[in-house]
Design a binder for this molecule. Structure first.
Ligand code: E4P
Length: 214
């Protein structure tokens, strides 16, 4: 499974890069807004930190506008993935970009039928939003399971990029269900390292070693 970090904060990406396990980055207009910087500045800087897929989202709502933005964004770096919303306009833009060999990430996916549309349009990634489904009392993980089945049934190569991951259990279940990628906030990735038995065991090893060598 690939790990992407979901943030527009360059400092977090620099810290996470030190872990040696980050394969790519996703952003969205809300995350970029939190940085207080322009998308172009943030994304170009990220491309210099992580050598992997970097998603940058369009803000146009019509196909023509999305394509204009996409061709501009794609020029910033060879690792750019153009993020498009799962709307009629977004899927049409995705189909055109796929033919032009520009990588795409279709975002705001909340049903397996939507995921099927993205795959048919040749999307590189589909982003089902787990946490936001859970927030309204639906089952986000069931969506991952359904998309995995649909893509496997028909041999679609679009990668399932599990998004809106809020806690370690989401990740664990996504790995069991066969999501290809998980994008997670810095704090969620950081929390994956933690286990009280690891801390307790290490304390015991170090204290035994110190006693034996005193
Ligand atoms: C993914 O690409 C999105 O940026 C993100 O995962 C959304 O997460 P949220 O629902 O916690 O905002």
């Amino acid at each position: 499974m690939e790990f992407f970090i979901d943030t527009g904060m360059v400092d977090e990406i620099k810290e996470a890069a030190k872990w040696g396990i980050i394969d790519g980055v996703t952003t969205n207009p809300s995350l970029i807004a939190k940085s207080g910087r322009s998308q172009a500045d943030v994304i170009k800087e990220i491309c210099g930190i992580i050598n992997g897929p970097i998603s940058a989202e369009v803000i146009s709502t019509d196909t023509e506008g999305m394509l204009k933005e996409a061709y501009e964004i794609a020029k910033w770096h060879e690792n750019i993935v153009v993020k498009l919303p799962l709307t009629e306009a977004g899927i049409a833009a995705c189909a055109t970009l796929s033919k032009d060999k520009i990588k795409t990430n279709v975002t705001l996916c909340f049903s397996s039928n939507q995921a099927l549309l993205a795959a048919k349009a040749g999307a590189t990634y589909i982003s089902p939003f787990l946490g936001r489904l859970d927030d309204i009392g639906h089952n986000g993980l069931q969506l991952i399971e359904e998309i995995r089945t649909v893509y496997d049934n028909y041999g679609f190569m679009t990668k399932i990029l599990a998004a809106s991951i809020r806690h370690p259990l989401h990740l664990r279940d996504c790995t069991l269900l066969g999501a290809d990628v998980a994008t997670m906030p810095y704090k969620v990735i950081e929390s994956l390292y933690k286990h009280p038995l690891t801390d307790r065991g290490l304390d015991a090893f170090l204290s035994d070693h110190a006693k034996a060598n005193s």
